[in-house]
Design a protein around this ligand. Structure first.
Ligand code: PLP
Ligand code: COI
Length: 340
């Protein structure tokens, strides 16, 4: 895609091939020095561990253009750290935080033209990922790996950005208590695809997953954490060892407390208490904060009448978070990495 042809203000969340991507290969116990490439295609052996046994993981972060023309990223050190945690869980080699951050700088600079202009509402999505490229026949970790990082300009994750989402409680489970829910393994997303298609066929935008052990507590959705606001304006955030530690959610907990003076509770949230909340939203890099209107659990419909509107707590959280990300509001120390 030629960047002159991109309609920045009407972008959805899709893949647009950019100019360059970063690639590094792991062989004989170490990573090579890495380079940028114009080739968007991956060529690997038919028996690569990623193809047979799904040994792959990814991250997601965004670069933003500021009003005064700089390009910044938001807390990328936390993406690097989370990828290390994921790699440990999947028996993959670690790509160091330093290498991750310098690859990020390189790839964003090389694709500067693809960073959407300030004020369009769009941003540059950055997708670091790693997979077992070495061939394995028996079930075991690969000996060779590839780390890549590509970018794509994106707009809102959910099509109806102005409308509150309608979610349903899935009859499928996403993550076992001691499984892979807390890491960003590709397999977590593969197994959510069928559940997502079922939700869509039933007219819902996304699934809410319950804890697999008791099926009584709210965990998260397929691609975002979930947050609630109670009648007394408390920010309530589900806590569980099987949900992804969202960087957006961790940031909102801080913003709620330190910038907006909200009471914040991180705790178990049971399905039965949804009636106590007046606002609900999905939060994540892609979702940012997407307001939720209803959650349906079989014949019960929980409504969150206040999720949308200028006076909602979610709107205050959204404005403060996005203000920090675009450098219009002063960020806490270390949250912004300026690239250009
Ligand atoms: N939960 C899941 C399952 C996700 O895929 C994501 C996206 O990365 C999130 C939560 C949000 O995490 P973050 O805010 O770090 O993007
Ligand atoms: C992100 O928000 O970066 C994600 O990885 C979510 C993904 C489902 C698009």
């Amino acid at each position: 895609m030629i960047k002159e042809k991109i309609d920045w203000a009407n972008l959805g969340f899709g893949y647009i091939q950019s100019g360059k991507r970063y690639i590094s290969n792991y062989k004989d116990g170490c990573w090579d020095s890495g380079c940028l490439s114009e080739d968007a295609n991956v060529v690997i052996n038919e028996c690569a561990c990623v193809l047979q046994y799904a040994q792959t993981c990814f991250e997601g972060l965004k670069a933003y253009r500021t009003k005064d023309g700089h390009i910044v990223t938001f807390r990328p050190d936390l993406n690097a750290e989370r990828m290390i945690d994921t790699c440990k869980k999947l028996e993959m080699p670690i790509f160091s935080k330093e290498r991750f951050l310098s690859a990020l700088d390189e790839v964003v600079k090389a694709n500067e033209d693809f960073v959407p202009p300030y004020g369009t509402g769009a941003s540059l999505y950055i997708r670091p990922y790693m997979f077992g490229s070495g061939a394995v026949m028996g079930v075991k970790p690969a000996k060779e790996y590839q780390f890549r990082m590509f970018v794509s300009p994106v707009g809102p994750y959910f099509k109806s950005a102005a409308k509150a989402l309608n979610l349903c409680v899935s009859d499928f489970d996403r993550a076992a208590p001691k499984g892979t829910g807390a890491v960003k393994a590709g397999l977590n997303y593969a197994m959510s695809l069928h559940a997502l298609m079922v939700a869509h066929a039933n007219g819902f935008d996304e699934n809410v997953y319950l804890d697999a052990a008791t099926r009584t507590k709210i965990e998260e959705t397929g691609g975002a954490n979930i947050i609630f606001i109670s009648k007394d304006r408390t920010l309530v955030v589900p806590k569980s060892e099987s949900i992804l530690p969202s960087i957006t959610r961790r940031s909102l907990v801080y913003v709620g407390d330190k910038y907006l003076d909200l009471k914040v509770e991180e705790r178990d949230v049971s399905l039965n208490e949804l009636d106590n909340f007046v606002e609900c939203g999905l939060c994540g890099t892609a979702a940012v904060i997407s307001p939720v209107g209803t959650i349906t659990s079989h014949d019960r419909v929980y409504k969150f009448e206040n999720s949308i509107g200028e006076t909602s707590v979610l709107t205050s959280l959204y404005k403060t978070l996005t203000g920090i990300q675009s450098c219009e509001i002063e960020a806490p120390e270390g949250w912004i990495r300026r690239i250009v």
